[in-house]
Design a protein around this ligand. Structure first.
Ligand SMILES: NC(=O)c1ccc[n+]([C@@H]2O[C@H](COP(=O)([O-])OP(=O)(O)OC[C@H]3O[C@@H](n4cnc5c(N)ncnc54)[C@H](OP(=O)(O)O)[C@@H]3O)[C@@H](O)[C@H]2O)c1
Length: 215
């Protein structure tokens, strides 16, 4: 599948590599193609295409949004809203506010009754937006060797077929996916990113993942 990744931070790079490893045709969209770590990434992954965010969105049949939550809507507009029409968008962002964390707990700019995913979905009405992977460290996103078996990635979005596709992708990345509902369910998933950060900062330990355990 043709995959466009927008944002070349730790998450964008980790997911670009993951999709390349699974044999997808990946374009990493960056505003800074000459950055040293991007040149090194390209060197290690010759089949990876480095281009602009606009080109990554245009070329991707599936797009991954891996930018700071505060920049999410603006970076979509910069990449061209029409480039997202009818496509699956995996939204990895967390709505972390631009203020200091309080006792290690990051502040969110969303409310309990409106998630960032819903704002993205409003901006992109024909795009199949799926929240995923927002509550696990970038270094764990692809085939982590977790004790006790696979971890759980909670997903939400309005389109059932898109969630089925994202579930297949997550399984190929070594995770179980748990669908928790439509776009509104992202209100419950986004704070899991906050939980991951609060726990990580308290313990200085990020090598953990959530797991849904059944009776
Ligand atoms: N870090 C993690 O382990 C982790 C885990 C789960 C979820 N998340 C979420 O995933 C998203 C990406 O995380 P990250 O750690 O990769 O973030 P990051 O290191 O801050 O990188 C985000 C990238 O977004 C791009 N970008 C576009 N517009 C931007 C703007 N206005 N300001 C700054 N960067 C902008 C930049 O790439 P270019 O310069 O190449 O355009 C930047 O490298 C965030 O929403 C984060 O909360 C992070």
């Amino acid at each position: 599948m043709k995959v466009g990744v927008i944002g070349s931070g730790t998450v964008g790079q980790s997911l670009a590599k993951a999709f390349v490893s699974e044999g997808h045709d990946v374009t990493l969209g960056t505003r800074n193609p000459e950055k040293e770590d991007i040149l090194a990434l390209k060197n290690e992954n010759p089949s990876l295409t480095i281009d602009t965010p606009t080109q990554a969105a245009a070329s991707g049949e599936l797009i991954v949004l891996a930018v700071p939550g505060l920049a999410a809507l603006e970076s979509i507009k910069q990449a061209g809203v029409s480039n997202f029409e009818g496509k699956i968008l995996i939204d990895v962002t967390n709505p972390i506010a631009g203020e200091a964390p309080v006792n290690g707990v990051p502040k969110l700019f969303t409310t309990a009754d409106e998630s960032l995913l819903e704002s993205i979905q409003k901006l992109l009405p024909s795009t199949k937006v799926v929240k995923a992977l927002n509550s696990v460290g970038a270094f764990l996103m692809y085939k982590p060797a977790l004790q006790g078996g696979k971890g759980t990635i909670f997903i939400a979005g309005n389109d059932e077929d898109a969630k089925a596709t994202v579930t297949e992708i997550l399984e190929s990345f070594g995770w179980d996916a748990e669908n928790v509902g439509k776009a509104e369910a992202a209100r419950a998933i986004e704070p899991l990113g906050q939980l991951y950060v609060a726990r990580g900062m308290l313990n200085n330990d990020w090598a953990v993942a959530l797991k849904l355990v059944r009776l």
